[in-house]
Design a protein around this ligand. Structure first.
Ligand SMILES: CCCCCCCCCCCCC/C=C/[C@@H](O)[C@H](COP(=O)(O)O)NC(=O)CCCCCCCCCCCCCCC
Length: 377
């Protein structure tokens, strides 16, 4: 992380669900425009109100600034730089520019939105032809700042509009259903980017259960990162789907097949680890779905683990995992954290989402089996 902000997280500032905040900042003129559009009707920023400048609709939600607003966690902030005389074209942008943008964004956020809960900092800068994405992410309640398309932005001293969208509280439904978007070509292939998004959501959910699972989330995040680096790399197109990744890595001799050697972090072996964990998830969710009110989540989790992932883990990891499971909240509390609704709603949601998770699992299993990749070291 580049910048950090330890904004105090006061419960009094917890944000209502579905609340939409728009904050317009004109730094050069020292004018601040704020508009709060909240379902809760609660004003959460204190800057003077003025009609907001036009911001580009997000292609995903139509609710705010940049093209690639990521709606993870509770909060999405979209930083838009409106067009100015010195509009910088995407071609001229450098990583440094992007970083500066991100830092500027962070400063604005820290200054004007001190109520944002959590620690956050700039963790990722990237851009392609169309957009700059300085991403500011916090823990659990995430803050993503996405710039408007580069062709319409100036990076310094211009009108900056910051649109903060307070998302509905994180819900596991979206995460699980996101596995649906992985599947393409009549369920005959899986898009890696969407697959990773599903995992990111799961990790976020796990993090909300407490730091006891941080050893698990660190490993998962590390593997997600490895795959994201491939996607961003010069052969990124080869990693677009699982099928194309397998074909590419095998044909280019990029996979250590019998023991770890020159390619210890191939895409194939990295996805295999996540794939095995997906089996655990599948079993666990199915147990949760069919469990009775008095079932213990720790037992369900442990059983699912023993029937899947544990077979690939050494003794010390198995023991650590088993102890960590004991810290899982009781079933009703666990359902609450999922934020899906009543217990019946959770069961319905699982019934709806599970087939997608299963399809992704089955496809990957078949693909790996065809290429003898199920035992990659
Ligand atoms: C809800 C509780 C979450 C409990 C998580 C259960 C899974 C327990 C897995 C324990 C993994 C321990 C960490 C270390 C793993 C690595 O040694 C091992 C091998 O990697 P290597 O070959 O590179 O060395 N890595 C792995 O097997 C990959 C593990 C990835 C685990 C991802 C788990 C994400 C869990 C998401 C939870 C979401 C729960 C949603 C339920 C409603």
């Amino acid at each position: 992380m580049r910048g950090r902000n330890s904004a105090p997280s006061s419960p009094g500032h917890r944000l209502g669900s579905g609340c939409v905040e728009k904050l317009q900042l004109l730094p050069t003129l020292c004018t601040i425009f704020t508009t709060c559009v909240g379902m809760s009707g609660r004003r959460i920023a204190t800057a003077p109100y003025r009609t907001p400048a036009v911001s580009l609709p997000c292609t995903d939600c139509q609710r705010g600034g940049g093209r690639k607003a990521e709606h993870s966690g509770d909060i999405t902030a979209v930083l838009c730089f409106t067009a100015g005389a010195d509009t910088v074209s995407a071609g001229k942008l450098t990583a440094g520019d992007v970083t500066d943008t991100g830092i500027a964004a962070l400063r604005l956020v820290t200054r004007y939105l001190p109520w944002l809960p959590g620690d956050f900092g700039i963790v990722e800068d990237s851009f392609n032809d169309a957009e700059v994405v300085p991403l500011i992410v916090g823990r659990w309640r995430e803050l993503c700042v996405t710039a408007a398309p580069a062709t319409t932005q100036r990076l310094t001293n211009e009108v900056v509009s910051l649109v903060v969208i307070v998302e509905e509280k994180f819900t596991l439904r979206e995460v699980l259903v996101s596995f649906k978007s992985c599947l393409v070509d009549n369920d005959e292939d899986v898009i890696v980017e969407h697959y990773l998004n599903g995992w990111k959501g799961l990790v976020r959910f796990m993090n909300s259960l407490g730091t006891i699972f941080s050893f698990v989330s660190k490993d998962a995040v590390n593997k997600i990162q490895i795959m994201e680096n491939y996607l961003k790399g010069e052969n990124g197109e080869r990693y677009r789907t699982l099928q194309s990744m397998v074909e590419y890595e095998l044909s280019s001799d990029l996979v250590d097949v019998t023991k770890r050697g020159s390619h210890p972090e191939s895409g194939c072996r990295t996805v295999l680890r996540l794939h095995r964990a997906l089996r655990w998830l599948q079993l666990f969710l199915e147990k949760l779905r069919t469990s009775s009110e008095d079932s213990k989540t720790s037992t369900l989790c442990s059983e699912a683990y023993n029937d899947s992932l544990a077979n690939y883990h050494p003794w010390i990891i198995r023991k650590t995992a088993t102890v960590a499971f004991l810290a899982l909240p009781a079933r009703n509390m666990f359902f609450e954290v999922m934020n899906v609704g009543t217990a019946e709603d959770v069961v319905d949601m699982l019934g709806e989402a599970m087939p997608y998770v299963s399809k992704v699992y089955d496809f990957t299993q078949e693909l790996y089996s065809q290429h003898n990749l199920l035992d990659l070291p």
